[in-house]
Design a binder for this molecule. Structure first.
Ligand SMILES: [Ca+2]
Ligand SMILES: [Ca+2]
Length: 628
């Protein structure tokens, strides 16, 4: 009887555990900032479908991805290992570019893919959306996605196998003659369909839903990647929801993506069996592009190891798996657990009761209770980061930290050789504003060693060889520059503390445009025309001081005219047109050296002044910059 009873229990348990294997859906968004879902604080746009998932599930505030850029972040979440192990350390590009940066051409299919482990255990596995772990541009011999443990796939222009490629349409454009993004991707394989980029997330959802239906009919649990790329630039909202400028276009695309998610979320929610046994995870592969999404309270952007580059707004939903929430109006928020994308792989394997592949050591730790909202523990090991080899300078920062670690409440960043230490207390200062390195020399020494040892334990890339050697500062006194000239931050003149005189002969055929700009919105100076008036702008510590010519100076629109602008050593500004002084102002302090470059006839990347248009409408001849 006892034996029989024991047998029955084991038999029941066996059946139960097979039936209970949860379905897994990973929604991995491209380049969306931590602060972009409205449940993570966005007030400029609402994301009601995602917010509802957060409200019914758990929202995590200290979740990280393992790289601040596409391909390595995707490798980490797919393998449970640091992407450096597979030499995927920046975005995959063309063959030469990959080689130049010391990277693999594609992710080695031998990598311990989560998908393959699940597939071997009987899961139906499907990838729908951007891949970017091999097969793009001229890399046309990469393995198909189905070689990585997926039964089915549909991707875009950065992956091998059947494709859904984006058409583009602007307001006013003939709908019969749409544009194409990476039309050349047709060469990467058969099974190409074209679809408006503004609808493409729904295109992937429409492929995923029948896949899940078939799996359910076959009594198989499923693992589905839905990896949309529509919030990655360039931004193509529907023509009737167009916006002005990058930020508005981005927000329109974000709202549209959320709307298209609704169909997927409703499909799961409205089917009782699926609702009770499906776990949906939603997060972004890296931080936002500057000027598009936002990092919320965090410092930095995509490509940075500062929080804005690597923190990701994770949501977990699964009413049958996550204990119900007592405070229904709020949803659960986990503010404490520090964990990351590599941790999801062993965590999901444990939830699915699937063994690890033999001989594989994950960098991730299994944290099922955290993911299901039952615990606010953290991973035990610190989290380590190495920046992409080609991103020492980006978004106006000319020397970004190369390595970083998150250990307990501390975030530490340094160069490959341990120099330029930055230490932040993430409990008191999650915006990484106060560098405490000087106050904690012993901690700094220990964390430096951990970072460098970890860095050296991994296959190298060419990051250390690609650092732009800072040239000796150009300190000469006189520069003759031409319209269209564009000097990088390192090539631009040294202006700090010096008196600057800009002389130019201009022929103006419009009311707005930049004559010269050096710097960005933090530091710099610029001479420009706005609404027909000549303006000299100086930026010091983000603050803009402008000298504006008193009235529409008719002489400015009168053929060829000489304009002179000076900024004194203490910030006194003045301008003249054809020898007559037209305006003065006082920036109250010396110029500081900007990280951003210098342009003649335009202002690129970050603007120094407040412009209507940046392209100069006319001719600039004889432009000189003199420093005293
Ligand atoms: Ca990305
Ligand atoms: Ca650096």
């Amino acid at each position: 009887m006892k034996n029989l009873f024991g047998f029955v229990v084991v038999g029941l348990f066996f059946t139960f555990s097979l039936e209970a294997r949860p379905n897994l859906i990973l929604v991995f968004i491209d380049d969306m900032g931590w602060g972009d879902f409205s449940c993570f604080g966005n007030e400029a746009a609402q994301t009601p479908n995602v917010d509802r998932m957060a409200k019914e599930g758990v929202r995590f505030e200290q979740f990280y991805v393992n790289s601040p850029i596409c391909s390595p972040s995707r490798t980490a979440i797919s393998t449970g290992q640091y992407p450096q192990r597979w030499k995927i350390t920046s975005y995959l590009s063309n063959r030469d570019h990959n080689q130049q940066r010391g990277m693999a051409q594609w992710l080695d299919p031998k990598a311990p893919m989560l998908a393959r482990s699940l597939q071997k255990a009987g899961y139906a596995t499907g990838h729908f959306g951007k891949w970017h772990m091999g097969g793009q541009r001229n890399v046309d011999d990469a393995p198909p996605i189905t070689d990585y443990g997926f039964d089915a796939s549909l991707t875009n222009f950065e992956g091998m196998g059947p494709k859904l490629l984006p058409l583009t349409l602007k307001p006013g454009q003939d709908p019969n003659k749409p544009g194409r993004i990476w039309g050349d991707a047709e060469r990467l394989g058969k099974g190409v369909r074209w679809m408006q980029r503004s609808k493409i997330t729904e295109g992937f959802v429409d492929e995923a839903i029948p896949f899940m239906t078939d799996a359910a009919k076959a009594d198989k649990p499923f693992y589905v990647n839905l990896w949309p790329d529509d919030v990655h630039s360039p931004f193509w909202p529907p023509v009737d929801k167009w916006g002005n400028g990058k930020r508005e276009l981005y927000l329109q695309v974000l709202k549209e993506m959320d709307r298209q998610f609704g169909k997927l979320f409703d499909f799961i929610r409205e089917d009782e069996a699926l609702r009770e046994n499906t776990l949906v995870l939603i997060c972004s592969d890296n931080g936002p592009e500057q000027g598009a999404g936002v990092s919320g309270p965090f410092r930095g952007y995509k490509t940075h190891l500062y929080e804005g580059g690597v923190r990701s707004s994770l949501i977990a939903w699964g009413p049958g798996l996550i204990p119900s929430n007592n405070n229904e109006s709020m949803g659960k928020v986990n503010e404490k657990s520090v964990f990351s994308a590599v941790d999801l792989v062993p965590t999901l394997l444990e939830l699915a009761d699937v063994p690890h592949p033999e001989g594989v050591k994950y960098d991730g730790e299994s944290l099922p209770d955290v993911l299901l909202g039952k615990s606010d523990a953290s991973r035990k090991q610190p989290l380590l980061f190495r920046r992409p080899p080609d991103r020492d300078a980006y978004y106006g920062d000319n020397d970004l930290p190369d390595l970083a670690i998150r250990e307990g409440k501390w975030k530490f960043l340094c160069e490959y050789d341990g120099s330029d230490a930055e230490l932040f207390d993430m409990e008191a200062d999650r915006g990484e504003t106060k560098n405490l390195a000087a106050k904690h020399p012993e901690l700094v020494a220990r964390l430096t060693k951990v970072c460098i040892d970890w860095h050296k334990s991994l296959p190298p890339d060419n990051g250390p060889n690609m650092i732009r050697k800072p040239k000796k500062r150009p300190t000469k006194a006189l520069y003759d520059l031409k319209q269209g000239e564009n000097l990088s931050g390192v090539e631009a003149p040294f202006c700090e503390g010096r008196k600057v005189t800009i002389r130019a002969t201009v022929e103006v055929n419009g009311k707005d445009g930049v004559i010269l700009a050096h710097g960005g919105d933090k530091a710099g100076y610029a001479l420009y025309i706005r609404d027909g008036k000549l303006v000299l702008g100086v930026r010091r510590d983000w603050k803009l001081t402008e000298a504006v010519s008193s009235s529409s100076s008719s002489s400015l629109l009168d053929g060829s005219v000489v304009v002179v602008a000076t900024i004194g050593q203490t910030g006194k500004m003045s301008m003249s047109v054809a020898g007559k002084q037209v305006a003065t102002a006082d920036a109250k302090g010396k110029l500081t050296q900007p990280g951003d470059g210098l342009q003649v006839g335009n202002d690129l990347i970050k603007p120094v002044g407040k412009y209507t248009l940046t392209q100069f409408p006319g001719k600039i001849t004889k432009l000189s910059l003199q420093f005293d």
